[in-house]
Design a protein around this ligand. Structure first.
Ligand SMILES: [Zn+2]
Length: 472
């Protein structure tokens, strides 16, 4: 026999896990499974498997809300799913795909449970209980928007099931001086504006629209907007380097661990790939970081993507069915090995030509026909001079000369790759990112423990019970 369920209203911007914890306490239940069992009595859904009866749906029933309304107001899913290639037309929280809600609903934006001590005590006074605010759990957020004060963090995310007033003693305040610099940083602020805007949207943007809008903006900045092998001589700047330049490195390292330390000029697929991949290979956070760097305002970025949603789409690559080796070589000679000239002379089909040339070992020659690089290339390949001589002639473009050698050797490299079948680069692929708390800790940005200013005062309405309360 299942006992009657005591219901609570979720509080404004209360995180779903916080609401779950409040229901656990008010019903004296110890585990999520027990809460689920109780809540399922409300809509006779106990017989359904979890994946078809996600906890978020049960929580929405307890709150007296429809699932979409609960997801939009109490979860971080609208942000995490703000740019996706998987069913972008599906509204956030749409109950026609409960498996998606089950899988995505459980994720969080970052490690740790964040709180504002000032909000905690105000909420106890005003609402009768403190609660975990969704706005404090978003990536890149380290201060309270209302109090402008640094947040505090609890490493153990099980704290979400407790009232934050109880978790204060285990929390540590984020470094105040660091937060001061973040609050003044225009690109960080633009990123946070974008997060707020995307949180309010009921639907995701398709990845392709985001990619097209970002790529158009990236082109105006001269960034590389297509994938290249590391061995090519393409010298266009990378979006990933612009992110490193555009954000405080200590902040960026929390969102994309390792990115600030990457070698300049080296493609970071998770970031640079947003300009050319058509599927959700990167987390929404990466797209938002790119938007913050490439656009002057959140509104401009959103308008550009909205425009790309409705614009007739050009294929990503103009595929020429058959570019013969002779045609590729002839174009290479005619354009004096210059990709810029090739682009001007074949505006619609230059990219496949470049690809065909690279396959033949014909790399682009930046600064062709002038300067030390050209002299060195001629000396090495045409005049039989030694590598040491050629490198001396190439100064100060030795790195570019090395790229030319690698490009010329690319047919050899391709064959060697097949022979040794090298593993893919670690940065390739689609690992999901979550801001890491350990990185924050390691850089000393977590300050001293937060003092419990009320000397052990506690939530009044939802009593202070241990997490694993005794049922009675
Ligand atoms: Zn606050």
């Amino acid at each position: 026999m299942i006992a009657m369920v005591l219901r609570l209203q979720p509080l404004p911007d209360e995180l779903d896990r916080s609401y779950l914890g409040a229901l656990m306490r008010v019903n004296a239940l110890a585990t999520e499974e027990e809460v689920r069992t109780h809540l399922a009595t409300l809509d006779d859904s106990a017989a359904l498997p979890w994946r078809r009866n996600p906890t978020l749906k049960l929580l929405s029933t307890a709150a007296g809300m429809d699932l979409a309304g609960f997801v939009m107001n109490h979860t971080t899913l609208p942000l995490r799913r703000s740019i996706t290639s998987y069913m972008p037309d599906l509204a956030h929280g749409c109950d026609s795909n409960l498996v998606l809600i089950h899988v995505s609903g459980k994720r969080s934006c970052r490690e740790g449970a964040y709180l504002c001590p000032d909000c905690v005590w105000e909420d106890v006074d005003f609402h009768g209980r403190s609660y975990w605010r969704r706005a404090h759990q978003l990536p890149g957020v380290y201060w309270c928007g209302k109090h402008r004060a640094p947040l505090a963090v609890v490493k153990d995310e099980r704290a979400f099931l407790q009232p934050p007033s109880q978790a204060l003693g285990q929390s540590a305040r984020i470094d105040g001086a660091w937060v001061d610099t973040l609050q003044q940083h225009p690109t960080v602020r633009r990123f946070l504006d974008l997060c707020d805007t995307l949180m309010d949207r009921t639907h995701a943007f398709p990845v392709i629209a985001a990619r097209d809008a970002l790529r158009a903006a990236a082109r105006t900045h001269g960034f590389r907007t297509y994938a290249t092998k590391a061995a090519t001589a393409c010298a266009d700047p990378l979006l990933s380097d612009a992110l490193v330049d555009g954000f405080p490195s200590s902040w960026l390292a929390q969102l994309v661990p390792g990115l600030p330390a990457k070698a300049r000029g080296r493609i970071w697929h998770q970031v640079d790939g947003v300009l050319w991949t058509a599927t959700s290979a990167s987390a929404a956070t990466i797209y938002i970081l790119a938007m913050a760097v490439l656009f002057d305002s959140a509104d401009a970025a959103i308008q550009a993507i909205e425009g790309a949603v409705i614009a007739p789409r050009q294929p990503l690559r103009v595929r020429s069915p058959n570019i013969t080796d002779d045609a590729a070589r002839e174009a290479y000679v005619q354009t004096l090995a210059s990709h810029a000239r090739l682009q001007r002379s074949h505006p619609a089909g230059w990219y496949p030509l470049v690809q065909a040339q690279l396959k033949l070992g014909l790399p682009g020659l930046p600064h062709a026909q002038s300067g030390g690089l050209w002299t060195a290339v001629k000396a090495f390949f045409l005049e039989g001079r030694s590598l040491a001589d050629a490198l001396a002639l190439a100064a100060p473009h030795q790195a570019a000369f090395e790229k030319v050698l690698l490009g010329a050797g690319s047919p050899l490299a391709m064959a060697l790759r097949e022979i040794v079948s090298t593993p893919q680069e670690a940065t390739r692929g689609k690992p999901r990112i979550r801001a890491r708390l350990s990185a924050l800790d390691a850089t000393g940005l977590i300050d001293k423990p937060v003092q419990n200013a009320r000397g052990g005062a506690e939530d009044s309405r939802v009593g202070r019970r241990p997490l694993r309360a005794q049922a009675h």
